[in-house]
Structure formats: C-alpha cells, structure tokens
Write a protein that binds this ligand. Sequence first.
Ligand SMILES: Cc1ncc(COP(=O)(O)O)c(C=O)c1O
Length: 424
Amino acid sequence: MEFQNTLGFAQELDKKDVLAKYRKEFVYPKVNGQEVIYFTGNSLGLQPKRAKAFVDEIMTDWAELGVEGHFYAEKPWWDYHERLIPPLAKVVGARPEEVTVMNTLSVNLHFLMVSFYTPTKNRFKILCEEKAFPSDQYMLQSQVRFHGFDAEDAIVEVKKREGEHFWRTEDILAKIDEVGDQLALVLIGGVNYYNGQVMDMEAITKAGKKVGANVGWDLAHAVGNVELKLHDWNADFAAWCSYKYMNSGPGNASGIFVHERHLDQKDIPRFEGWWGTKKEERFLMKPHFEPMPNADAWQVSNPPVLSMAPYLASLELFEEVGMPALIEKQKTLTGYLEFVLKQIDAEVDSSFEIITPKDRGCQLSVFLHGQGRALFDYLMQNGVIVDWREPNVIRLAPAPFYCSYEDMHQFGQILKEGILKNTR
Ligand SMILES: Cc1ncc(COP(=O)(O)O)c(C=O)c1O
C-alpha cells in the first residue's frame, strides 16, 4: 500500500479498519484533558472497560457468599483460572491442556527451570541472547549457581554483530551447534524487549532439540503481539506475563505452556503444591501428590481470583477478535508508523534510526541520534505516552486493539514540533 502522511489518509485507513470499533472498549488516560496517544502497550496495556465488571462480580460474590464463593459464586473461584485457558491456548498456539495461568512471569520461569534445567556434569550450559531482559539474566545466573556452576562458564550469550542492532538467526543456530552436547537449555525472549525483534522461534527450537537441549521461551513481548505456534514448534516450555499486549492489569498473572509430551508424568522434577494435585481429590487432603494430567500440575497455590478477573475480561476480547485480525492490523499500523517516522525524519533533517529489524511485531525502537530526553519529555507532556530506554532509545508500540492510524499521523506532527522546539 502507498502511504501518505496526511490526516485525511490516516482517517481513511481508520474508516476501513475492522478493529476500529474496539477503541471504545478501552479506557484512555488523559493529558491536558485530552485522551493520550498510547504507545506503551509493550509495557502496560490499556484497561479494557469490561474489566471493572469482572472484578466487581468477584467483590460482590465475596461480600454475599464469603467462603462459599469458592463453589457457589457465579463463576466459582476454585477453578476460575480454567476459564482463561481455552482462549489463551489459541493466543499462544497450544492445546488447552498445555496451558495454565499462575504466579508471575519470573516466578514461573524459575518453576519451569526446576523441571527443564536439570544440568549434569557434561551438559550444563544455558544459551540466551546477550543483554537479555535483566530479570532473565538474574534468573539464569541464580539457576546455574544453585546447581553449583559458574555463570561465566555455564551461560552462553549470543552476540549481535559489530555495528548491528539485531541478532542473526544463523549466528544463534551456529552457537547452538557449537555448544552442542554441553547445552542443557536454550532460553530466549521470543520478541526482544529492547529492539522489538521477533526471533525465529521455530528454527531455534528445532536446532536446540537437535542437539538434545530443552528449549523454553520468555514470551513477555510476544504474547498477544505476534503469531505463536508453541505446540507445532515443539518448544518444551514457555511463560509470559499478561500486563503488556494482553491488557490484564499491572503486575498481573503469568501464563505457562508445557508441551504435551511432558504432561501426565510423575517423575519429572517439579516444585509442587496442592493446586497441582488431581482436582477431584484436592479436598480429600491426601498426603501424596497426584499430578493433574495437564499443565495445571505446575500450579502450586490457589488462584488469585481478583487478578484473574480482568485477565478473563481481556481474553474475552481476544476471543472475539482473534489473533489473525490483530496481526493483520498490527502489520499495517506499524508499517504506517514507520512511514510517518521516516517522513518526519526527512522533513526536519533529523537523524533517528529505527533499530527494529523487519522481523517485528508492534514495536519500533528508535535511536535518537543527537536528541534525547528533552524530546521524550516533550512527547510525554504533549499527550504521547512512549517509553525511554538508555542510552537514547524510545520504544513505540502501537497496539492494534486501541491505536488508530490517526494516532500515528498526530504523533508525527507532535514529534516534528518537539524536534524543532527542542533541538533548534
Ligand atoms: C522480557 C521480560 N521478561 C521478564 C519480565 C519480568 O516480568 P515479571 O516482573 O512479571 O516477573 C519482563 C517484564 O517486563 C520482561 O519484559
């Protein structure tokens, strides 16, 4: 499609957008009395309007039923999380039995490593991307130390090439091959938080499995953003948070995927709790653990229902719209944003550089050569919510559920004013 950086053109695209009607399903923060242009769905998604009613329902049931709500609430609490699983399984390309919702992301990756990072004297290395999200770095370092290894020796980071801002798949595959039978685990962010790159999850999983390693994915920036086929790709496990593109609320519950070949096994190493035991027998208070035959075997505690409620509300929207429609809009919307950025860059003879490669989801990370925090502050004060990453990068993630083409055009105009005011 030939884009134009005009208000009329952007509005025409909005008129043709089948998802445009979903804008009214979300609540927009305001700056200077105006609804903002929201680019931080990669950090915290906007609140779906219907979330409040889902939370209120639990509050009412709690008030009226007390403990009886566990079994007699409108949506009983004891298995509330199960309602989230079918729509979530579709979002991540999994079978429902391979998915559950529990805890938070870093906690779940640790729990999953209990099962899938079981190093031996010879096979003990973990491969990840250089400068992985800090929590992932801390997790991997503490996991290898916990098993008595030295992080310097046990963690293999795949580097970007000199002067490049992205990882080359061939470099990742070559490193997997090189580490070979010393490789216990591959654990990488499916979409990189900093540059927005979508990793070739299928090829990397295949390569990891070929050398006999387990392969897991941190999908914080991938879930609800890009196409995932966890089952078909044959990943061993994955985990994600729900507060970014899944719009479930700050710090909210994580989801996990465990491939079906690992389900219904008693001898798999695992940290266990009463919510992972067979649900028919859970309240018999038996002394021995009988695992659920599905990913629920990894559930430890009873589900935090008040957190699950807004997540369920949001999943209802995902179920209505479906990932294919979201991804289709995401491609055009992010493409339009890229076009607008390049136009503005040329018009004001600026020099920003989009460091996100072509394999991307919503996010564009823009390196602001010669400009910096003053421009970021200008955007924020003028109703454009973006985020800042050191040393000089703003991340823009137009989520297709609630961002419009007009937003992209308007943003371009505010950006241009900001550059002219702040740097000239
Ligand atoms: C890629 C990635 N991994 C892990 C985390 C940590 O998530 P949590 O604080 O929910 O454990 C985040 C949080 O933003 C993230 O972006």
